[in-house]
Design a protein around this ligand. Structure first.
Ligand code: 2AM
Length: 184
């Protein structure tokens, strides 16, 4: 199954991002129910490895997070791939991501080397931008680049399943692992 570990966002933050997406009509908008912060993209994995990871995550302990979104960014280098809201750098988040990376690998799932740049993807772009789109993106970055969210608590890590459909990915919550709590 195609999966990833990530963080859900609370409703007030989803509402704020929804309003921001209304203001920035560029690319293919990510629907509200798909907005999240990816911690580790696991790709397609057999059930046995996912079960091993699930067992490890049930025993995993880490403090609850308090995060904030600040600023917009286009990712993808010379050919813009996504528009996203950045997560304000946070030591606890970086530590969590690094511990999870080790846990995933110990569970037998290989991960590519990748720099962790926490973000919420708001819109995705086609491989070739439409005429005028680059200018609209630049304008949006200038106009809304100073956006900041309130600080919000993240009480759990989520294991998502991802199904690729012709109109985009559909995510489902497979399991959640509380942060800041003793393992049961
Ligand atoms: P993105 O938001 O930067 O596109 C589920 O697919 C999530 O995993 C997406 O939010 C995506 O991040 C992230 N992800 C990381 N690497 C990926 C990959 N190689 N293919 C698909 N998604 C990936």
């Amino acid at each position: 199954m195609r999966c990833f570990l990530g963080l859900c966002l609370p409703d007030p933050i989803l509402d704020q991002l929804d309003r921001l997406q209304d203001e920035i009509p560029v690319g293919r908008r990510v629907p509200s129910e798909n907005l999240h912060i990816t911690l580790s993209f696991l790709d397609d994995q057999p059930d046995e490895l996912l079960e091993a990871l699930h067992q490890a995550l049930c025993q995993f302990r880490a403090p609850q997070l308090r995060l904030e979104l600040r600023g917009l960014r286009v990712m993808g280098g010379k050919s813009p791939r996504v528009l996203c809201a950045e997560v304000t750098p946070d030591a606890s988040l970086s530590q969590l991501q690094s511990c999870l990376r080790s846990l995933v690998q110990v569970s037998g799932i290989a991960l590519p080397r990748a720099r962790f740049r926490p973000h919420v993807t708001l819109a995705r772009f086609a491989p070739r931008l439409q005429p005028g789109q680059q200018q609209r993106i630049e304008k949006a970055l200038l106009q809304y680049g100073g956006f900041t969210s309130p600080v919000f608590a993240v009480p759990e890590i989520t294991l998502f399943g991802s199904t690729l459909l012709p109109d985009g990915a559909r995510y489902e919550v497979l399991a959640q692992y509380p942060l800041g709590a003793e393992p049961s």
